[in-house]
Design a protein around this ligand. Structure first.
Ligand code: SDX
Length: 428
């Protein structure tokens, strides 16, 4: 392969270096494009062809349906790892030794108390508030109570900020849920595992003993691992660009949570359940919704289908679909919604509209069915996505800051009015 790409503009040729990644992906390095061409830029709506950074964290191959965190396959990690192990791997680059993991868990536990004044912020929200708006606000509010975690540069200060958010975020998730349910806002038990403690904080009842359901905890551990990172998706790119201004970690994460909220992104898991419920209410008429999804005049999309990168099955969807069968069987839950989902998937996979556009089920298509079987309310599904994605966002933010990436500031192509004189009111 040649070392350069050649661009010809108005008869003038320009050479730009080709860079190759460790998975043999090739990119054109256009860092000097404007300078050498006298101002020519590129335009790429949605950045479908544009790389924002070099990263060593997550690799995915959309054609082959491959997803790896720091070189480890998602299949192995989902099967064999613990969520906190995967968080450590994503953030620091290696699977932790037992000693490293124990210290990580202890440091996180030591930070798993939030300032009592945060209760007042939680109390101020109406019960009707969407949990994503609540958790995004509470995450940003953490900056006010932990000012030392704002503009951190050293690895040591970043570590302190990281264990703070990993300790406090599960408390905020639990309080966000319990506020809606009118339940006391309490703490968990650090002697439990990270995932088990989170689930206990969310669901323990003040008047009953709490017993752990291993099936639920194992399924939640797997789901959180599957959601932990996904290279430069919308919310991760948001975390990186907000962090590139040297805004603090918590502020960057709060922005990422807001980006994840959208139904085209993490909000899709809630939208999938609402869609499946609507189909069920409609007598299971999947054909009507397939027709709506294909109708260009209808804004309806088949939620949980399609992906910017995967033009094959999302490997996470395969794992979650199998887990859905297992978890519902182990919990003894009969959910007709699962059958509707499978019917819809089968129809879509045999429909030329979806096949031609390479639209397959994505991570959000089946996850809500498992969350629902775990007793998690639908409007909390995207909060669970955020809980899973937290270590990935942290890892990407840390990588961007340690690599001293420049502030993110894309260019544009101006297509508005050219210069014109001010028009007095009498002439408007
Ligand atoms: C996540 O990026 C990530 O990695 C995200 C994520 C992560 O882990 O961070 O994987 C998590 O966000 C998964 C995606 C969840 N969103 C949904 O399930 C919402 C439904 N899906 C779509 O809105 C859509 O597929 C996107 C947003 C996911 C991807 O959109 P693209 O890449 O911009 O594709 P597109 O909108 O250009 O669609 C291409 C064609 C269009 O038709 P034509 O104009 O070519 O005729 O496919 C059609 C679209 O209309 N299409 C769909 C569709 N998705 C795409 N038609 C019906 N139903 C759909 N779901």
């Amino acid at each position: 392969m040649s070392k350069n790409a050649t661009l010809e503009i108005n008869g003038q040729k320009y050479e730009f270096p080709l860079v190759t990644g460790t998975e043999n992906e090739v990119a054109i390095d256009i860092k000097d494009l404007r300078a050498v061409t006298g101002g020519v830029t590129t335009i790429d709506p949605g950045y479908k062809n544009t790389g924002s950074c070099e990263s060593s964290i997550t690799f995915l191959d959309g054609e082959k349906g491959i997803l790896r965190y720091r070189g480890y396959s998602i299949e192995e990690l989902a099967e064999k790892a613990d969520f906190l192990e995967v968080a450590y791997l994503l953030i620091f680059g290696e699977l932790p030794t037992q000693e490293e993991l124990d210290k990580f868990k202890k440091d996180i536990c030591d930070q798993s108390i939030v300032d009592e004044d945060i209760r007042k912020i939680v109390d101020a929200f109406p019960k009707s508030a969407h949990p994503m708006g609540v958790i995004s606000s509470l995450t940003s509010a953490l900056t006010s109570f932990n000012p030392s975690s704002v503009n951190v540069d050293s690895k040591e200060d970043m570590y302190k900020a990281i264990v703070k958010i990993l300790g406090k975020f599960p408390v905020l998730v639990a309080w966000t849920l319990r506020k809606k349910q009118g339940l006391p806002l309490d703490y968990g038990d650090c002697s439990l595992g990270y995932v088990e403690n989170t689930y206990k904080m969310m669901f323990k009842q003040p008047n009953k003993d709490y017993t752990t359901n291993e099936v639920v905890i194992n399924a939640l551990n797997k789901l959180l691992i599957l959601h932990a990172d996904h290279e430069q998706n919308c919310s991760t790119s948001t975390v990186r660009i907000v962090g590139s201004s040297h805004a603090g970690l918590f502020a960057s994460l709060s922005a990422g949570i807001s980006a994840l909220w959208g139904p085209l992104h993490g909000g899709a898991n809630q939208a999938v359940l609402e869609m499946l419920e609507a189909i069920k209410e409609d007598g299971g008429d999947t054909k009507k919704y397939m027709a709506k999804a294909k109708d260009k005049d209808d804004p309806f999309r088949l939620m949980g289908f399609g992906h910017r990168v995967y033009k094959n099955f999302d490997p996470r969807a395969k794992i979650i679909k199998k887990a859905a069968d297992d978890v519902l069987e182990q919990l003894g839950v009969e959910d007709p919604i699962l059958d509707i989902a499978k019917g819809l998937e089968k129809e879509a996979l045999n429909d030329s509209y979806f096949v031609d556009r390479k639209l397959y089920p994505n991570v959000d298509f089946y996850s809500g069915i498992i969350y629902r079987a775990m007793g998690i309310p639908t409007d909390m599904f995207t909060v669970m996505f955020a809980l899973g994605r937290l270590p990935g966002w942290i890892a990407q933010w840390r990588e961007m800051r340690l690599r001293k990436e420049p502030i993110g500031r894309p260019r544009q192509l101006y297509v508005g009015e050219t210069q014109r004189a001010f028009k007095p009111m009498s002439k408007r």
